[in-house]
Design a protein around this ligand. Structure first.
Ligand code: ADP
Ligand code: MG
Length: 393
């Protein structure tokens, strides 16, 4: 006999009924008679969703916290595994979660395209995410990669990294330049980059701070940011300075979770112009790499005034992004991209004929219980987008 709790199947969540189910996601088939939803949808999609669990911080290790994540295999993760059965702590955030009196969700199993543990370095993540996008980009399709998660979950670490563990922006650009050099007999390349932020629904150039910039649509180039400074680069080494310079200009405020919490979405865009020498064909493609603002619930952080508005705008734009992706997945006739600057900017980089990878960053700690749960739910919703690539790539 199983002791059944609440069974959740919608959005790919599955309740694990007892300890032995944790061993394999396939076991659930025989128990419920259905296949895990996320497995059915995983075939041939043009969006891949990866989860990365960061190492516990010193504070989390030092305090009496519990681990709320269990990685079952390289694509399956269990949120709040029952077997852990340890006390639940909300250190320092009782105010924020004052309405939660007990552990609200237990033993939820999620299946993603890949799950990385705290042992993974940025290069491991790169190999399974943006490296694959480069081929698509070379074929003339737009691509996007975004990191999602609460403040302190490891988004910026994944994107930018540090000296001994460079982030996926640098690794992707290095690979792009490598492939460009290999193809130099067949193609001429021009590579230009821009770096901007969307803060409170305004777009600003991070490499040339100034007034808010407008978005326009252009038949040839897709969505463009009018007046943004474009940097032509031919070596990945030059990127370090550019990114460092841009990040200094990013809108940040201290929060409970992080001394330097990014309150804006930072978008690094690479425009690739290729001329195939034998045919004179021109191919244009764009890669957008987005470090999203912290996804924690702005309205629940207890802030007021400008900080509250900021949180509301972040939530609105992340919701709009989720809705846009979901609209594409369900082939809605009208997909609501005008709801936020973020979706307007990414309109030509998500969905049909584009390839996208989302990296959901989470903390393993019970301190971030609600944020981790929300991130996993958002990520599984994104995972349901369906394929419609017109060409094989
Ligand atoms: P976010 O951008 O999501 O707010 P950060 O990337 O700034 O979070 O990460 C918060 C802290 O955790 C930083 O000090 C960062 O260096 C550290 N960190 C995050 N992910 C990792 C990781 N995978 N390995 C080592 N340290 C990490
Ligand atoms: Mg950050």
């Amino acid at each position: 006999m199983f002791r059944l709790g609440l069974l959740k199947v919608g959005n790919g969540l599955k309740m694990v009924k007892n300890k032995k189910d944790l061993k394999s996601p396939h076991r659930n088939r025989s128990l419920t008679g259905t296949r895990p939803i996320s497995r059915i949808r995983a075939k041939g999609r043009n969006i891949r969703v990866i989860v990365r669990v960061r190492p516990p911080s010193n504070r989390e290790q030092g305090e009496n916290f519990s681990n709320v994540l269990k990685i079952v295999d390289d694509s399956t993760i269990v949120f709040d595994p029952k077997e852990e059965n340890v006390p639940f702590f909300y250190h320092g955030v009782q105010q924020r979660y004052r309405n939660l009196t007990k552990r609200p969700n237990k033993n939820l199993q999620f299946t993603f395209d890949r799950v990385f543990s705290h042992e993974a370095c940025n290069n491991d993540v790169f190999e399974c995410t943006t490296k694959e996008l480069i081929k698509t980009l070379m074929n003339g399709y737009n691509c996007s990669a975004f990191v999602y998660g609460a403040t302190g979950a490891g988004k910026t670490h994944t994107m930018l990294g540090r000296g001994d563990d460079p982030g996926i922006i640098f690794l992707t650009m290095r690979e792009l330049f490598k492939q460009k050099d290999e193809l130099s007999q067949e193609r001429h390349f021009e590579i230009e980059v821009t770096y901007l932020e969307v803060y409170n629904e305004t777009v600003k150039d991070l490499l040339n701070p100034g007034p808010a910039l407008e978005l326009r649509e252009n038949g040839q180039y897709g969505v463009i940011v009018a007046g943004i400074q474009v940097h032509r680069i031919d070596k990945s080494e030059k990127l370090f300075d550019l990114l460092e310079q841009g990040n200094k200009n990013r809108t940040q405020h201290p929060t409970d979770a992080n001394e330097e919490s990014s309150r804006s979405h930072a978008i690094f865009q690479v425009c690739l112009r290729m001329k195939i020498i034998s045919t004179n064909e021109i191919r244009l493609a764009k890669l957008s790499m987005i470090d999203l603002a912290g996804s924690e619930n702005g309205a629940a952080t207890g802030y007021s005034g400008a900080r509250f508005t900021e949180g509301v705008n972040i939530n609105k734009s992340l919701l709009a992004l989720g809705n846009y992706i979901n609209g594409l997945a369900h082939k809605q006739r009208y997909v609501p991209y005008r709801d936020s600057k973020l979706t307007r900017l990414l309109k030509d980089s998500l969905g049909d004929n584009c390839q996208t990878v989302m990296i959901a960053n989470v903390s393993p700690s019970s301190l971030s219980y609600e944020d981790t749960y929300n991130t996993l739910r958002y990520a599984i919703r994104v995972k349901s987008i369906k394929p419609n690539m017109q060409k094989n790539i």
